[in-house]
Design a binder for this molecule. Sequence first.
Ligand code: AHR
Length: 314
Amino acid sequence: CGEKASLGVFEEDNGNLVVVGFSQPGAESAWRVALTDSVKENFTEERGYKLIYKDGRSKQDSQIKDIRTFIQQGVDYIIISPIVETGWDTVLSEAKDAGIPVIICDRNVVVENESLYTAFVGSDFTAEGEYAVSNLEKYLQNDEDGEINIVHIQGTIGSSAQLGRTKALEDAVKKHTNWNIVVQDCGEFTKAKGREIMAQAIEELGTETIDVVYCENDEEAYGAIQAMNEAGVEYGNKGGIKIVSFDAMNSALVLCMNGHISVEVECNPLQGPYIYNLISRLEKGNAVPKITYVHEECFTADNLEPEIIEKRRF
Ligand code: AHR
């Protein structure tokens, strides 16, 4: 970035540091804290950056307000992890008019004009959902004749994480005539909501009716497990309800290796190095790819080993 001729009303003198504003939607999960840490670890003063972090407290309006503050402050780059996919056109146009490159991370946006942001780094949530469903199919192979009743605990409605993971399950339900979604409710990616939805499902449907709980992140799975423990319901590969979850946090992988969670799809929060790489290239005047998907895998008890889990530090 070039030297600034004069400081605006809201601008601070940051010396030669490159100033990056980072807007997160909230802190609903340990996964999100890991993403925040990964970005903070990469944009350090030692590397020539000043990072301004803002938490949108789970509201799109707050995130938009935070982004407008970054624009007023005259930051050099803005990183946004958008709470939902739509509704960003106006604020992104404002950033573009101010000449500030925007990197969208984690979840994606849907905008009328893709030139409103510079690049996207994050997960392919449809691929994540497809991993989950194809592995679940393997566990249910022997049940092809019986009905498969699924409790579906969704993430924040309208987020690309929810949309991709939900689409894969709904497509699979269309394909398998014996798969039924018996409960579909929004767990907001939180443990408290996951527990609440599962407890209610057990109460309303009874313990024998539910075959699968498809949780759209680990927090929801931890909540669902708590509800099942409290109700004395059996779950896991040896019998009882099969659990599908996303994130692959360290403790969820332990549950997966031990057969309590049947399918764990990784959602990789270590996106800081990818974003750092993009911004370093932009700083040098180089072109960057429009879309970068982070590396992600799918785990079951069959491919998990303690060494893999030890490497997960979140
Ligand atoms: O957008 C990624 C999702 O958001 C993660 O699965 C979840 O844990 C987080 O809150």
